[in-house]
Design a protein around this ligand. Structure first.
Ligand code: ZN
Length: 178
């Protein structure tokens, strides 16, 4: 994404953050991470976020997910040497998030998958997160999510993130490198 596109995405993320009434510093808002997983299709596949904490032990981020934006199916695998993969809790702060995990397939899921991205997910057990709802994922569990029509602000609380080790079901996607 070029700088203009990144700035535009940041402005849209800021509008969502305002809805959540969560306070961010000027520096945080100037440095919102804009992630498109190298697909160049940010408004379908992507996410924006502010990182609060990223240490050797824990991570915490505030995601701003634009309307109908999707983070495609991935997992946080256990690593060599007995290192546990990332455990991840999502808590919705504003809007609606449709989270999909392994389990009985939900009929008529709320997520709308653009035609070109159909067939890129295998888990369809739907968990709807509204403000105050949260869900925890263990390492190695496939998951993907999409924001509702108005977008969503979602807190992510995790053990240590190894973003570059994330496994995407669609192997053409590039994990986020640090
Ligand atoms: Zn994840």
């Amino acid at each position: 994404m070029n700088l203009d596109q990144i700035e535009k995405a940041r402005k849209q993320a800021i509008e969502l953050y305002k809805q959540s009434k969560i306070f961010f510093t000027k520096e945080e808002l100037e440095n919102i991470a804009v992630i498109d997983l190298s697909l160049g299709d940010f408004y379908n596949i992507g996410v924006t976020l502010v990182t609060y904490v990223d240490t050797d032990r824990v991570g915490a981020r505030e995601l701003a997910i634009l309307p109908r934006q999707t983070v495609p199916q991935h997992m946080h695998p256990n690593l060599e040497g007995g290192i546990k993969g990332k455990e991840e809790t999502f808590r919705c702060r504003w809007g609606e998030l449709y989270l999909y995990v392994d389990g009985p397939k939900t009929d008529n899921i709320k997520a709308k998958i653009p035609e070109k991205y159909q067939g890129k997910s295998t888990v369809f057990h739907e968990i709807v997160l509204k403000p105050g709802d949260q869900h925890t994922l263990e390492p190695g569990m496939w998951h993907w999510f999409q924001a509702g029509d108005e977008g969503a602000v979602v807190s992510e609380f995790t053990s240590k993130a190894y973003d570059d080790k994330d496994v995407f079901y669609d192997r053409s996607l590039t994990p986020v490198s640090k």
